[in-house]
Every structure is written in C-alpha cells, then in structure tokens.
Ligand binder design. Sequence first.
Ligand code: ADP
Length: 481
Amino acid sequence: MQLRRSIRFSLTLWYALTLAVIMLVFSSFVYLTIRAGIYKQIDRELNKIAEALASPTMEPFRRAAPSVFDQVLEDFFGTKINGKYVQLLEADGTVAAASKNLNNQRFLLSRSTYRKAVAGESIHETGQVNGLPDMRIVTIPVFNDQKLVRVVQVGAPFGDELETLDKLLVIFGISIPLGILLLSGGGWFLAGQALRPVDLLTRTAQRITAENLSQRLEVLNPDDEIGRLAETFNSTLARLEASFIRTRRFFVDISHELRTPLTIIRGETEVGLKWAKEPDDFKEILQSNLDEVKRMSDIVESLLDLSRAEEGGVHLEMQEIELGEFLQALIHDLNQQQKHLEQESRVLLESVASAWIMGDMRRLRQVFLNLLNNAVSYSPEGSTVRVELVAEAGRARVSVVDRGTGIPAEDIDHIFERFYRVDQSRNRRDGGAGLGLSLVKSLTEAHGGKVYVESNVGLGSTFTVDLPAIPAPAECPFIAS
Ligand code: ADP
C-alpha cells in the first residue's frame, strides 16, 4: 500500500491537522483568558494604591523624606501595601521617593510610557527590575494646573498566579501533542475499520476475471456507501456476464448455423465427384449447393445488418412515408407471390388508417416482410394473416395478427434474441436462422420505435410495431398528386 496516497493516511492526516488547530485555538483562548483575568485583578489592586498616591491630598506625604517614606505608606495603606513596590518620579523623570524594597533599583520608565503619562494616561505593563521577580507595574501621572508634577509607579510581583500560568503552558505543551498523537492513532484505527470492506472488495474484485464472471462481491451492509458500491459493481458484473454469455453463445450459434450448409455442400460435392455421371446429376448437385450458399449468404447478410443496426451504424434514408399505402403495396406483392407459389395462406389488410411516419422504405420493408413471412410460416395452410394499422396519440401502430402455432410463454422473452428459435428442427427446415426478429427489433429501434408480441399457443400471435408518427405533410398546390 502506498502510504501517501492511501485514503486512510489522508483521512488521519486531515483529522490530526484539524484536531491540532482546534486544540491550539482552544488552549490559546484558555491561556489568554486566564492571563487577562490575573492581570485585571492585580491591576485593580495596584490602581487603588496608585490613584490614592496620586490624589492631591497625598501631596504632603509624597514629599516625606526617603527615610520615612515606607512608614508613611504603611500608615496610610496598612497591610495592603505589603509586597508592593512604590516609586515616585519628578516630572523630569528623576526619582523623588521610592519604597525600600526596591533596593535603589528603578522601575523602568520607557519613552513611550513617559509620553503616555505626559498625555495623562494611566499605563499598565509587565516589566522587570534587576534582581526582583517579574512584576506588573501601573504608572499614573499627577498634574497640577495641567502641568505634570509627579509620576506615581506602583508594582506588584505576580507570585503564584504566573506559576499557575506557566504550569498551564506545560500542561498544554504536553497534553496537546500527546492528545493529537493518541487521537490520530484512534483515527488511523477507525479509518482502517471503515475502509476494511473496501480492501475486501478490492481483493474479491481482483479475483474476478473473464473466466469466473459469475462471482459476486459480498454485500455486508446494502444501506451504506460501500454496500451500494458493491451492489453497483455486482450489477455491472451481471451485465458483463450476460454479455459474455451472449457473445459465447453467438459464436456457438453462428458456427453451428454455418456448419450445416457447409456439411451439406461438402457431402454433396464428394458424392457428386464419386458417383455423378450425367449432366443432370451435376446440375442437381450444383442447384442444391447453390441453395445452401444462398442460405449462408442470407445469414451473413442478416448478421451484418444486425450488427450495424445494433451499433447504430445503420444508414437510414429517411423520408416521409404514408404507412397505409406502403403496407397495402407490400401485402399486394406478398399475396401475388403466394398465388404464384400456389400457397393458400393469404395476407389481408384489414383495418387501414392513414398514418405518416419518417422512415427508410427499404428497411421498413425488411421489418414488415420478416413479420409477415413469420406469420405465414407459422400458420397452417389456408389460414389468414391480418394486418392492422392504427394511428393515435402521435404513434402509428402496425399489428400483424396470425392464427398460427403461437409462442410458448417460456420462449416469448427470447424470440428477439439472435439465433433463437422455438423449435430448432422445424425452423431449420423452413430456412429460418433465428435472426429475423432480432433484425426487426434493431431496425424498429433505429426508427425510434419498439416492437412487442402477444401470443397464445394454438391460438396465434400478434406482433406490433409502434412507430412515432408525424403530421401529414401539407399538400403542395403546384404539384399534381
Ligand atoms: P426464424 O428465422 O427462425 O423465423 P425469427 O427471429 O424470425 O427467426 O423468429 C424467432 C423464432 O420466433 C422463430 O423461430 C419462431 O419459433 C418464433 N416465431 C416468430 N414469429 C412467429 C409467429 N408469428 N408465430 C409463431 N412463432 C413465431
């Protein structure tokens, strides 16, 4: 398995990345919120002291000597001042007074802080003083007559709070990568579980070849995506198998169909060569051979027509045709032909409507001749074959009705297949190869129509060709009909 291209890997990677982003955003939010809360609380305490120190009433105390400054602060603020660092600056930035715990160090007063202080702003910042812990410092300016006279700075170390924050960082730093790693492992496992049926499908599909097309994939759950995929694959396989079987049968059928006339030709030629003496004997053999050759070329011709029609490659010379007249002419020819052959079956046109269609005259002749010849062939001598033409709802329906043998129910679904014959021996004698109806179907479909059959054994059959009709063309006043 190529790891980088596998769905399992991509799924897990995306899962881990999404998880990492969510965790980072979440942990940053938690960290920043807690830090803001801590700062807010310290700032509130520092503000109280700094604002008190900055009030005008404190002016005398602000001027207290450095030696008593701490005492003054303690007297004034009590325990609240414990642990706080205080520094008073002159307007020019020099230290006016500072609490002792500062150890003569200075709170840094950056240029920007000073500028802000001059502008009258109170500034809260986090800073460092040499040798002292990190602290939060508030800087408040004191004005007299709109003139900066003092700057009050009060600082408080973070103490435990910052430690808590640091711990939180450590916890996040360990738990996030660990969590991502564990959850990615879980994701990898779950993706593997979810994709296992796909692997199974792949392995089964790999085993299926042209030789064992009857195999099917196992459908574990027909309602999920993979189940549906397997079912779709199975139905594709079923269609493939059917088409393979058809092709195989086609080769068997065609070999069989061609072998019979070839055997006859061969046998008769051999017999003729050995025994025939008189010209009449040879003539008889040649005539018989010619019949077989004609039969073979009919089969080949029909097959060619059929495959062209099935591939959509049949060239139709479409023209407007009035079906009533067309059928009448066809039936007239057939009746004449039967009279000539002294056969008693008669094809009669019974109900004639007028219907116009677009069609290829030659191909439609092939369609109806096949149906009519079948109807005559499979009817007893002297019976009548009826042809009806009905035009309604934009369709033209031609039915060929016979009172012949009929078709058994188990065969009816197959008679349009190539080489299918209900009674093999009988049809062979009659000259049918079982290709006529397949051709009828393909040519009708090439005309945008369909053909169907109703039949009862012993009572007869009705084949109906249903074609799209067109409106009757308007008569042209300049051309005499
Ligand atoms: P064939 O050349 O054998 O007539 P077709 O494709 O035309 O081949 O017909 C297929 C089979 O359908 C025939 O062999 C026959 O058994 C059956 N069949 C077709 N038309 C009729 C019909 N009108 N009455 C009874 N059986 C029919």
